[in-house]
Design a protein around this ligand. Structure first.
Ligand code: ATP
Length: 352
C-alpha cells in the first residue's frame, strides 16, 4: 500500500512561489500524471516527494507517514530524472544493479533481475558499456531500468522518455504502462506531453503556475475541460478557441455563427471546438456555420488538417484523408453544436 498525499503544500524559492496551496491525494497503485507547461512546478512537486526539496509549508504523506524532513534514502521511492544521473565509472549492468547492491540482494538474484529489466528496455546487448559510450536515449533507458529494477513504494518519473526518438518513445510508453500494471506500484509521472498523459494516466493533474487547474481521468479532462487553459492544453492539434460574443444563445465571431447555446448572453466569450468536431461542407449548404478561405492543408496520414481564415485567426478542422480542397479556395464549415464548449473570457471558466 502506498498513497501519496499533499496537504496545503506551498514551496517558495526566495519570494517566488513555485507551488501554491497544493492539495492532491494519489491513490495506492495509481498512475498519476502531472501535466503542464514548462515552469508550472511539476518537477518541484516531484522533488518534494523524493526529499530533494523541502516544502515551505504544508504536509506530505506516504500512506500515514508524514515524510517532511525524512532523508531521501528512507522514503523508499525510486526516481528517474530528466537528466539521467548515471554513475560514469560504472557499466550499464552495474548502474542498473546499483539499487540492488546497496540493498544487499544476492548476486545471482540481482543478475537475473538486471537481465530481465535490460531486456524490457532493450539494453541487454549493452550491459558492459560505460555511460559515456551510450547515446542519450540509451542513457535514459539505463536510468529507467535502474528505477524499475526493484519495487519501491512509489515511482517518481520526470519526463523519462523525453530523449527517445518517436518510435522508441511509443514503444517505451507502452512498456511502462504494462510494467506499472504488473508491478502495481504507485507512480507519479511528470510530462508536458499531453499524448503521454492521455495514454499513461489513470488520472491527470493539469498544472498551471503552481496550482492544479483540473484533476480527472484523461477522458474527463478531454471531454469536460473546466477552464480555457485546460481546454487549450489537452488535444492534438489543440482545440480551436475563438473569441467572440454570445447573444441569446447565438455565438458570433467574424463570419462564424453558432446557435443553440441555451439562453446565455456573454459580451466577452470564447467558443471552444475541437478540430474533429468541425466538418467541411459545401458552400451552398444552408446549414453551414461559416464560409471561409482555406489557409493551409496538411496531410497527416490518416486524416487531413485544414486551417481556415476567420478574421485574424485560424480555425482548424480534421478532414478526411482524401480531402481535396486547395489553399485560398472557399469552403463551408459545419460545427457540431453539441460538441461546443463555451468559456467566459473574463474568468476563463467554462459556462455550462
Ligand atoms: P519544466 O517542464 O521546464 O521542467 P516544471 O514544471 O518542472 O518545468 P519546475 O522545475 O518545478 O517546473 O519549476 C517551477 C518554477 O520554480 C519555475 O519558475 C522555476 O524557475 C522555479 N524554480 C525551480 N527551482 C528553483 C530554484 N532552485 N531556485 C529558484 N527558482 C526555482
Amino acid at each position: 500500500m502506498a498513497s501519496v498525499s499533499f496537504k496545503n503544500v506551498s514551496k517558495k524559492f526566495g519570494e517566488f512561489v513555485a507551488i501554491m496551496d497544493f492539495n492532491l491525494e494519489i491513490r495506492d497503485k495509481e498512475f498519476l500524471v502531472l501535466l503542464g507547461p514548462s515552469g508550472c512546478g511539476k518537477t518541484t512537486t516531484m522533488r518534494m516527494v523524493a526529499g530533494l526539496e523541502e516544502a515551505t509549508s504544508g504536509d506530505i504523506y506516504i500512506d500515514a507517514d508524514r515524510i517532511n524532513g525524512v532523508l531521501p534514502k528512507y522514503r523508499d521511492v525510486a526516481m528517474v530524472f530528466q537528466s539521467y544521473a548515471l554513475y560514469p565509472h560504472l557499466t550499464v549492468e552495474q548502474n542498473i544493479g546499483y539499487p540492488l547492491k546497496i540493498r544487499k540482494v544476492p548476486p545471482a538474484e540481482s543478475k537475473q533481475r538486471i537481465v530481465e529489466v535490460a531486456r524490457r528496455v532493450e539494453l541487454d546487448s549493452l550491459l558492459n558499456r560505460l555511460p559515456k559510450e551510450l547515446s542519450g536515449g540509451q542513457r535514459q533507458r539505463v536510468a529507467l531500468a535502474r528505477a524499475i529494477v526493484r519495487t519501491p513504494r512509489v515511482f517518481l518519473m520526470d519526463e523519462p522518455l523525453s530523449n527517445l526518438d518517436a518510435k522508441l518513445r511509443t514503444q517505451m510508453r507502452s512498456e511502462l504502462k504494462h510494467l506499472q500494471h504488473e508491478l502495481k506500484v504507485t507512480t507519479i509521472y511528470v510530462t508536458h506531453d499531453q499524448i503521454e498523459a492521455m495514454t499513461l494516466a489513470d488520472r491527470v493533474a493539469v498544472m498551471n503556475k503552481g496550482v492544479i487547474e483540473q484533476l480527472g481521468t484523461p477522458r474527463e479532462i478531454y471531454n469536460d475541460p473546466r477552464t480555457l487553459f485546460v481546454a487549450g492544453f489537452m488535444g492534438s492539434p489543440s482545440m480551436n478557441l475563438i473569441p467572440g460574443e454570445v447573444r441569446d444563445g447565438v455565438f458570433a465571431s467574424a463570419g462564424l455563427r453558432v446557435g443553440g447555446l441555451g439562453r446565455v448572453s456573454i459580451s466577452r466569450a470564447v467558443l471552444g471546438i475541437r478540430p474533429e468536431d468541425v466538418h467541411a461542407a459545401r458552400v451552398d449548404d444552408p446549414d453551414v456555420n461559416l464560409v471561409a478561405p482555406i489557409y493551409s492543408v496538411e496531410l497527416t496520414g490518416d486524416s487531413t488538417l485544414v486551417s481556415l481564415r476567420l478574421g485574424a485567426q485560424l480555425v482548424t478542422l480534421r478532414g478526411d484523408k482524401n480531402f481535396a480542397g486547395q489553399i485560398d479556395q472557399r469552403i463551408g464549415v459545419k460545427v457540431a453544436a453539441d460538441r461546443v464548449f463555451l468559456f467566459d473570457g473574463e474568468t476563463q471558466a467554462r459556462v455550462d
